[in-house]
Design a protein around this ligand. Structure first.
Ligand SMILES: [Zn+2]
Length: 465
């Protein structure tokens, strides 16, 4: 019987939920844990969907991919941040490596696969597919499935298939809850169709609903969340959603035989969000950044507000912070001399690490230099990557707060931040050790290759689990 590998990705699935809080609601998952091995899976730096899934699928770090987050600098102009797509991926992901060995793959919803490129298999691209959410998904957009006619099968099998929830940062939680369950059910319906109808060797899918769930419903579950709401109609939303993930897993398992290695993985975890550090307010307060005029109230960050002749650094918001230095000869109006680059960067790093909360307690901010954490730095990395308050705090780019602290998110309601530890569960029929020490996101691709007996390329960062 032929060897197959099935990877089911639950975006953002957190170890404390799957292995602990919701364990008893997830009998199929628990059975896999008992019959295989499981543990924490350390994410990329930063622990963000883009680039994390693609790093997992290539076993290369963000620097090697040259993708440092959702938005990346195209060049050294001030406003050239663009969203990456599959054209940015210059190294082969698992399905291409396997294709060279005559293995056929199903790839469903893996971020950074749009637009599709021909390969031996079937692909549906991810939530980053630029399709107008108000118009039904049609075959007219020929690049969101491969082969293009696969779109027709989606329309027949899962007519309500959603690439993503159009508006997941909303206060309309009841509607969001309904859509979340529907989206996930439809995706798994189509996933099972692919499992049964296509002659695949390697199957990988990513469900984004779990990420949307955490960001919208974490406060109703986590009693330590500063905005915890007891007795809410959403108290059990998180638990019910995980229950559904487990049910769907159970159905998927009935589609594969004992010769199939099954892996459940997540790209990062989640943790309650305590607040936001207004990164540009902080840079202003500390003399690194000057605006042309005082903002009137809270204002979305744009680089045309900046007086560049008096600015050494600026920052971007998100689950982690990115800081860019304004370097003479690099940026058009740069004022930091190239020879002072390291000095200014070190000074900034030290000051950022010293940020306290409003009561003066250290929040344990961690700051990374890309050149120190990646094997190489392709394209344009940020000058510093910042985890405010050990990722209990997010980075807020907007200005006009008159404070470096905020407790409302500038991009819509959001309850949680990303955590460094995701999950893995592997059932390969050989390893039955239960919980094992943490592994790395880079270990997943080598593990899949080993299952097929294929040599692991030396350039891969990870080792087979
Ligand atoms: Zn994610």
């Amino acid at each position: 019987m032929k060897k197959r590998v099935m990877i089911i990705g639950w975006d953002c699935a957190a170890p404390e939920l799957v292995f602990d809080a919701f364990k008893d609601d997830m009998p199929n998952t628990q059975r896999l844990m008992q019959e295989g091995i499981y543990g924490h899976l350390e994410s990329t730096i930063p622990p963000i969907t883009v680039p994390a899934w693609m790093c997992m699928m290539t076993s290369r770090d963000p620097g090697e991919l040259g993708i440092y987050g959702f938005r990346n600098r195209n060049d050294y102009s001030y406003d050239a941040l663009t969203i990456a797509n599959s054209h940015a991926i210059k190294v082969p992901p698992l399905w291409e490596l396997l294709g060279q060995e005559q293995k056929r793959s199903v790839v469903l919803g893996v971020p950074l696969t749009y637009p599709t490129k021909p390969f031996p298999g079937w692909m549906v691209t991810s939530f980053l597919t630029p399709i107008d959410p108000n118009s039904p998904i049609t075959e007219n957009n020929l690049q969101w499935t491969f082969p293009p006619r696969l779109a027709r099968e989606i329309a027949q099998v899962a007519p309500e298939y959603m690439i993503d929830i159009p508006d997941f940062r909303t206060d309309k939680r009841a509607e969001l809850e309904k859509q979340l369950f529907k989206m996930t059910r439809e995706r798994f319906k189509f996933a099972r169709y692919l499992l049964e109808k296509k002659s695949w060797d390697f199957f990988v899918m990513v469900e984004m609903g779990s990420d949307r769930l955490h960001h919208a419903f974490w406060r109703y579950w986590d009693k330590t969340h500063p905005k915890y709401e007891p007795n809410s109609p959403y108290t059990n939303t998180m638990r019910n959603y995980y229950r559904m993930l487990d049910e769907e897993l159970g159905e998927m398992l009935t589609c594969v035989d004992e010769n199939t290695t099954v892996m459940i993985v997540s790209d990062h975890g989640a943790k309650r969000m305590v607040g936001g550090i207004c990164i540009n307010e902080w840079l202003m307060k500390n003399g690194y950044l000057t605006l042309k005029t005082e903002p009137q109230g809270i204002t979305r960050w744009t680089t045309d507000m900046v007086n560049w002749q008096q600015t050494k650094a600026w920052g971007e918001g998100g689950y982690y912070g990115r800081i860019f230095l304004n370097i003479a000869g690099r940026e058009s109006d740069g004022i930091v001399r190239a020879e002072d680059y390291e000095k200014v960067r070190n000074e900034l790093k030290k000051q950022l690490e010293g940020i306290t909360d409003e009561s003066g307690q250290s929040i344990n901010t961690r700051v990374f230099k890309p050149q120190e954490i990646y094997r190489e730095c392709n394209n344009i990395p940020p000058d510093l990557i910042v985890y405010f308050g050990d990722l209990y705090w997010r980075s807020v780019g907007s200005v006009g707060y008159n404070s470096i602290y905020t407790y409302e998110n500038d991009t819509g309601p959001d309850d949680c931040n990303h955590a460094e530890m995701g999950i893995f569960i592997i059932k390969d029929g050989r390893q039955i050790d239960g919980q094992v020490p943490p592994k790395s996101i880079y270990d997943i691709a080598p593990t899949a290759l080993r299952e097929f007996g294929i040599d692991i390329p030396d350039v891969m960062l990870g080792k087979p689990i």
